[in-house]
Design a protein around this ligand. Structure first.
Ligand code: FAD
Length: 299
């Protein structure tokens, strides 16, 4: 029997035991009543999986401030699941950001995903901090820690942040966020697991001893996700684009291909020892539920 067959059998055997897996799910704040109904329906399906937390993003320049607060507050009080509010510091003074942090605390929220945010002119433009504002995520983490004892997550980038000039700058930045008090990093989407393994190795060498949780993006809609990926500097491999070619009007095959590719990605990560996963749900439970099953998790 060759090594590959032995390795495959070993990983299948290891999957027979229910693994100790920790899940978190990311949502965005809905804009309309219809999309809000969908948000709650999706969340309701994911709650029985007992996620570590559910996070709600923060729109560029604070555009979703009230909605993010309303959603995390309701999740905290109505579902029994821990909610994490994303927070950015784009276009706001320190005082304004600090008020938002206090608002989260008063609403019972104890977790924040602390993110610098993209320039108001869009990705690719030069980031100019507010004259009285936090200039980057490290300063934001420090500011939050000065207000209350939050559990803070930060962002990490398996393919480097587009503004980092090299890997040294990238890892130095992650280290600053870790030293400032981040409890974990959540990665940007990636589709080649080698990029994630390389990031773990670099972080370990730099003494960054916090979990770096893979951010998993199932392909809900190939053209939309490709556009998001392009905007945040994540590669969509050509072989992957080919799997979705011609499926624009075939939603059920598209969904099955998406589930199979993301299933392959998370299985490989789990077999490599990963125990925590963060799913970008796009407010739709179906792919996240499928992947939880693939990871041996069910309600
Ligand atoms: P930072 O960690 O501050 O880094 C930004 C860049 O500046 C990096 O290139 C870094 O190397 C450089 N840098 C920082 N500090 C220094 C320094 N002292 N010296 C030199 N260089 C420095 N966006 C939203 O608008 N809302 C969200 O809710 C949101 N959620 C996200 C969640 C996750 C898990 C991820 C991965 C991203 C999210 N984003 C969100 C996108 C994010 O806003 C962008 O990726 C943004 O461009 C960078 O944010 P950051 O927190 O990584 O910034």
């Amino acid at each position: 029997m060759n090594n590959k067959v032995v390795a495959n059998r070993a990983s299948r055997l290891s999957r027979e035991k229910k693994p100790e897996i920790e899940l978190s799910f990311e949502f965005f704040p809905p804009k309309t009543e219809v999309s809000e109904a969908r948000f709650w329906a999706s969340l309701e399906k994911l709650v029985p999986l007992n996620p570590r937390f559910v996070s709600v993003t923060y729109g560029a320049g604070g555009s979703t401030r009230e909605r993010t607060l309303r959603m995390v507050s309701r999740i905290t009080h109505e579902t029994g699941i821990s909610a994490a509010a994303h927070l950015t510091c784009v276009g706001a003074s320190r005082g304004e950001v600090d008020d938002v942090v206090r608002g989260f605390y008063d609403a019972g929220v104890r977790r924040i995903v602390a993110i610098r945010g993209d320039p108001e002119e869009g990705v690719g433009a030069k980031f100019v901090p507010h004259p009285d504002g936090y200039a980057n995520a490290t300063q934001l983490v420090e500011g939050i820690r000065g207000i209350a004892d939050f559990d803070i997550s930060v962002a990490a980038y398996p393919e480097r942040h587009p503004e980092s000039k090299d890997w040294t700058a990238e890892i130095d930045n992650l280290k600053r966020k870790y030293d400032a008090g981040a409890a974990r990093a959540i990665t940007q989407m990636f589709f080649d697991n080698r990029d994630y393994w390389d990031l773990l190795e670099r972080a370990e060498k730099a003494g960054i001893n916090m979990p770096i949780v893979p951010g998993i993006q199932p392909i809900h809609n190939f053209s939309r996700i490709s556009m998001f990926a392009k905007n945040c500097g994540a590669k969509v491999p050509q072989w992957m684009a080919e799997r979705f070619e011609g499926l624009e009007n075939d939603a059920s095959t598209h969904a099955l291909v998406a589930a199979s590719l993301a299933g392959e990605q998370v299985t490989e990560l789990m077999d490599g020892g990963v125990k925590r996963f963060h799913f970008f749900t796009m407010n739709d439970a179906a792919q996240a539920l499928t992947l939880a099953r693939v990871l041996g998790q069910r309600s």
